[in-house]
Design a protein around this ligand. Sequence first.
Ligand code: NAP
Length: 279
Amino acid sequence: MIRLAIIGDPVEHSFSPIVHGAALSEMGIEYEYEKIRVSKGGLGEYIKHAIETKTDGFSITMPHKVDIIPYLEETDSEAKAFSAVNTVCIRDGKLYGYNTDAMGFELSLNDCGSGFKGNNVVFLGAGGVVRTLALKAAMSGAKKIVVINRSKEKAEEVCNIVKSKFDIETETGEFSDEGLCLGCESADLLINATPQGMSGCPQYKNLDFIDCLPKSAFVADLIYNPPMTEFLKKAAAAGHDTLNGMGMLIYQALAAEEHFLNIKIDMKKLYDKIRDKIK
Ligand code: NAP
């Protein structure tokens, strides 16, 4: 039996237990999976508890993805590159950290025949996920990265991090009707990474900026609940290929399971089964 958890604050909304549960059941592995609310500053206490209760590993959501790093014995190359960890394995009382978020998104993007390579990538939002995905986009050969965010300083911070590691053009834009339209004009790949459109969150008041996209642009939303946000509906109605956040959620969980179980998983086969189960 494997003992796993997801920790964060808030954590109640997390679909992780459903996705990990579906994957483990599909593989015929007996498991316990807990959803544990751990507030900022509570990591040390949780880790002690996890070791005492012989927890094998845990997934991490806000606000601990960076704060966990000092507790780790080792991190993988992606976690190092992004300075963020979403998966921790506990082996012999020691903690090992991984990051499967960006890989999860890229795999789901590739499944749709899209990708970062050679593309102008426009991010809406500049939170933790954008920092990770912007670095991944640069790593995978994106041509240019544009970050449009409510607070400009955070957009600039993301661009500066990317530029400090990669020789790539970056730009920030204003989160206004005009700024969004301007940013979209040269986008090959537009990614909504704000919570706008998520159930229970504010909605975009004006989605006209989608009309500014080139016809061939691909449009993704990291939100998976609802599966089709107004943002994606508008993009699909305008003829764009679209992707929601479910693929990222499933793939990052499967990649995490590879670490927890220390096995290689047939990702594509399991992905299709889990997606059908969750539907
Ligand atoms: P985060 O660190 O909290 O950042 C949120 C970003 O959204 C910030 O840049 C913030 O702007 C912006 N924002 C928040 N409310 C807004 C509003 N009402 N209008 C405009 N901008 C707003 O969050 P995160 O961890 O990066 O996550 C971003 C999104 O990705 C969330 O929707 C999350 O659910 C989704 N996500 C999906 C997956 C998946 O597996 N599919 C995984 C992780 C995250 P300011 O900087 O101005 O505050």
